[in-house]
Design a protein around this ligand. Structure first.
Ligand SMILES: Nc1ncnc2c1ncn2[C@@H]1O[C@H](COP(=O)(O)OP(=O)(O)OP(=O)(O)O)[C@@H](O)[C@H]1O
Length: 600
């Protein structure tokens, strides 16, 4: 048996190879392999040629970009984040280098990072009332052959209540068709572009002005590193194929087993196939994050056709003998008891609350009252303003603060000028002659004077909030266009404002965090509880897990489970219904995974 030092040396050698090898390169990394560290190291140590030629580090989320930024800054190399380099999201990269320079002068486009920036909402007429879902709650897919766009509601805590109603009334498909219609209208007729349109345009310019696009990129970048490559959609891969064919050096680094955006066309086979056109994969197989039992459990979840030995646990918990905790939880009501058991076990291991994470595939499976505070409610406007007031009183991260100010600014403009949908705050400021910076200051002042969310009913809160808005006219001497922009409690009249705002008390401090799995990609926690629900797919999914043959209808569910399991550093707990409890337990045991049982 090789010693831990030897195993770490091997893993560091693998990482070093990725740092040193010239592009093009395909890197297939296991969970916890330290991809970000390797990418930053490459950026720190490999020179670029020429003062105006840099490296592009492209990722899919702001969180991943922030991590890269933090590490460069920590190494006192903040210069590596600026010109001629690029560190940012794929959306910004495509916009800045493949779209914006080529837009025809007569076709104005306004880039927005989310459809929430123009308050775009999909309305579907229901039996008793209209159902509203934010356009940002849909995922879009582009058919490469026909150019046709389709939409799907994205699972999240905030979308669940309305999604349930739509399902009950058989209106989901209608909502999705309407989402495509609204999106097309905003993009075609008003020139707004978000990630999807940017990709469609990038592909268009790659086809119509291929030589120009490729020449710009080759002059500007030594290489382009694509992090979290498993999230590439079919459209992203088509764009990357064009870049590869233009001899642009690509470093394509990811973990296809963690591909969980199949609807967008992020299919692990396509990601692997594209990677293989660059080079033979360089593998990172050392897991710096998890215990041996967690690495073994992850290995059981990979499809047989890509089976490989469990990744090597080489981090701080490499010799932690803790087994995987199995908890029975049948009815949704038993989930709370499972969480209590999990917390008790985590406490026994001295794992603090902020290192405990409860995960489920869909928001409705999470324990009651555990809604995440980081996203505002979908509607009504008054609930969003209450959310903004509540989160701003708790020193939120910059991104949450920006969303909150955006909501307050919109509330103020709506209060004074009525309808604001379909335009960004910048456009509205232009329209009404407001100084953008002064207006943000005013919205911040109004926000700080909004009533607290812990007293009275929501009707009372709205009344008090309206009088605050009334004291903040955007222009001196302003009169209201109409009364229609006042905040209204709607059906939440007698509810507590905090509940309507969906913000947990104390901003979640000291409380356990719960999330849908899609929202914790790339993160880690000392203790993770994964809730496996009882539904019509559970048995099929567990059968596939046991056999290693993953048919298409459950393959992505198993990858989602894989992502969840691999977030854990020390304690992994699975809450399982009776129907699959024994099969999972037996399977893990047969695969040599130590399990612990707990009755709730
Ligand atoms: N060479 C190393 N020495 C010590 N710790 C390391 C090393 N490489 C990575 N780590 C640590 O391992 C942990 C996992 O790294 P990271 O989060 O970058 O993994 P990842 O490859 O992005 O995983 P995933 O895809 O599962 O999110 C981090 O805490 C990181 O600091």
């Amino acid at each position: 048996m090789t010693s831990i030092e030897q195993r770490r040396t091997l893993a560091i050698k693998q990482q070093q190879r990725v740092v040193d090898t010239a592009a093009p390169m395909y890197v297939q990394a296991c969970p916890g392999a330290g991809k970000t560290r390797v990418i930053v190291e490459r950026h720190l140590t490999r020179p670029t040629t020429g003062a105006r030629r840099g490296r592009a580090l492209v990722s899919f989320t702001n969180v991943a970009c922030a991590e890269i930024q933090q590490r460069c800054t920590k190494s006192t190399r903040g210069d590596l984040l600026r010109f001629p380099h690029f560190v940012g999201t794929i959306d910004t990269f495509l916009w800045r280098y493949l779209v914006r320079p080529f837009i025809e002068p007569d076709r104005r486009r306004h880039r927005i990072d989310s459809w929430d920036r123009i308050n775009a909402v999909v309305t579907v007429r229901g039996k008793s009332h209209d159902h509203k879902i934010r356009l940002s709650d849909f995922q879009f897919r582009h058919d490469l052959d026909t150019g046709q766009c389709t939409a799907q509601v994205q699972q999240s805590n905030r979308v669940y209540p309305v999604l349930r109603q739509l399902k009950e009334e058989g209106l989901v498909q209608q909502a999705e068709v309407e989402a495509v219609r609204i999106r097309t209208d905003y993009a075609r007729h008003r020139g707004y572009v978000t990630g999807h349109e940017i990709r469609v345009l990038a592909r268009h310019y790659l086809r119509t002005r291929h030589a120009d696009v490729v020449s710009l990129l080759r002059t500007r970048f030594e290489e382009i590193i694509i992090d979290e490559a498993q999230d590439c959609s079919n459209l992203d891969l088509a764009i990357l194929e064009d870049l590869r064919d233009g001899y642009i050096p690509l470093v394509f680094i990811g973990d296809p087993d963690q591909a969980i955006y199949e609807f967008r066309g992020a299919e692990p086979d396509s990601v692997r196939a594209f990677g293989a056109t660059l080079t033979e994969p360089i593998e990172l197989t050392g897991n710096w994050r998890s215990t041996p039992a967690i690495c073994q459990t992850a290995a059981t979840l990979r499809p047989r056709r890509f089976a490989r030995p469990a990744d090597d646990p080489i981090g701080d918990h490499h010799d932690d003998a803790m087994g995987v905790l199995l908890i029975r939880a049948n009815a949704p009501s038993e989930v709370d008891a499972a969480v209590t058991t999990f917390i008790a076990q985590a406490r026994d291991l001295d794992i603090p609350a902020e290192q405990q994470l409860v995960l489920a595939h869909a928001g409705r499976r999470l324990p009651k009252g555990s809604a995440s505070s980081s996203q505002p409610p979908a509607s009504p406007a008054a609930a969003r303003v209450a959310w903004a007031a509540a989160v701003l009183s708790d020193s939120p991260p910059q991104r949450t603060r920006d969303v909150a100010y955006d909501i307050l600014e919109r509330a103020l403009i709506t209060f004074w000028y009525s309808d604001t949908d379909g335009a960004t705050i910048d456009v509205l400021c232009d329209r009404y002659g407001l100084d953008r910076i002064a207006f943000r200051r005013q919205a911040a002042r109004a926000g700080s004077r909004l009533p607290g969310v812990d007293q009275g009913t929501f009707t009372e809160w709205c009344k008090a909030a309206n009088s605050v808005l009334k004291q903040h006219p955007p222009n001196p001497g302003q009169t209201r266009a109409s009364q229609s922009g006042s905040l209204r409690a709607g059906t939440a009249k007698s509810k507590a404002p905090r509940k309507v705002a969906a913000v947990s008390a104390g901003g979640g401090a000291g409380e356990i965090r719960a999330s849908v799995i899609h929202q914790v990609k790339g993160e880690q926690a000392d203790a993770v509880l994964v809730i496996v629900p009882e539904d019509d797919r559970t048995t099929g999914m567990v059968d596939a897990w046991r056999s290693g043959e993953h048919p298409p209808e459950v393959a992505e569910s198993l990858r989602v489970l894989y992502v969840a399991v691999t977030r854990a550093r020390r304690l992994l707990a699975l809450a399982l219904p009776d129907s699959v409890y024994e099969p999972v337990q037996n399977h893990l045991k047969a695969e040599g995974v130590t399990t612990l049982t707990a009755e709730t």
